[in-house]
Design a protein around this ligand. Sequence first.
Ligand SMILES: Cc1ncc(COP(=O)(O)O)c(C=O)c1O
Length: 390
Amino acid sequence: MTRHQFDTLPSFEGIASEKWEHHHGKDTLPMWVADMDFPAPPAVLHALEARIKRGVLGYTTISPQYKEAVAGWMSRRHGWTIDPSWLRFCPGVVVSLSVIIRACTSPGDGIVIQPPVYPPFHAVVEDNGRELVLNPLLRREDGTYGVNFAELEQQLSDEKVKMLILCHPHNPVGRVWSREELKRIAELCVRHNVLVVSDEIHADLVHEGSFIPFASLSEEAAARSLVCTSPSKTFNIAGMNSSNIIIPDAKLRAAVTAELKRISVGSISALGHDAVIAAYEQSEQWIDEALVYIRGNMEHIVSELSRHAPEIRTVLPEGTYLLWLDCRGLGMDDRDLYRFFMDKALLQLSPGSAFGAGGSGFMRLNAACTRGTAEEAARRIVSALRELRG
Ligand SMILES: Cc1ncc(COP(=O)(O)O)c(C=O)c1O
């Protein structure tokens, strides 16, 4: 069998990789932190090598080429035309969320999130003294999720509620919100004068259907959206600390710009600058190939679990490289469930309870790994369950 470019695990030793350095014991496979177990795309590595060779690592600005690279990607990949002047650099999406909350709402304002959701969504609201308004997703019989629109409408009609943070595609449940769903959300937000922060960091990791940027829906939607985007998940360059906020409305853009200045968010790193350009301009084929490979991993795990571990239910996500495992059939509390995966299956996964309402009894598995790791993970779960059954 020919070896695939993604079959080889790079060495993670001694480089302070968050996922690999802290994994508990050599035998445990870390499948938690959301980055890939693959080297970054060759074009990105070449660009970084070229920069290092020059030896120039001083202060760096957001160049016109950088902005064009981001705008070009949005247009080519997602059919969304943006003016490069709408873009603001920020060193990370979570920082961006915090900046936007501080710039566009006031202490005590209500902000809606839709759990189970990426844990920092809870923290950025509460840590900035805003009130968390929970609009939990509805879990359907088939294991997929939808929005509770009736509750959302009620919540948005409350004058105190000023913002909705949308996770699109949704981490951890893997939904890529459809045009119809996005339109309903936009209509409600327009009607009740609520801003939408659309976290689109997983936008390029889509397996089924197509991704629709929230702000591309209509002029009305664009006028109230702040879109957080980043090449970090797509090209596995989270350590480059480079992300972008795209804000079509001039007033909102000015508010965010002022907040970025107030807290002295600096400019991009020299390496981040070149990496982002090489990623967006030269690595499209790489992500297309990575997506096919990751999809293969997920299909393998889902099929093995459905055949040999029916107590754990999971479905293929429309987007992201994350599998959301419904382990409630095991009848364990969250602590025992985490320990079962760590100590019996020897897999370090993210506990669902960390994702808030609706997460208890679930575990999240990161499938952006080598095929060998994916196969081993499925084997370990199946054999740990056999042992448990006795
Ligand atoms: C929805 C979502 N937003 C933001 C982030 C993190 O972004 P950053 O590392 O740029 O802060 C993640 C990482 O998993 C995520 O899933």
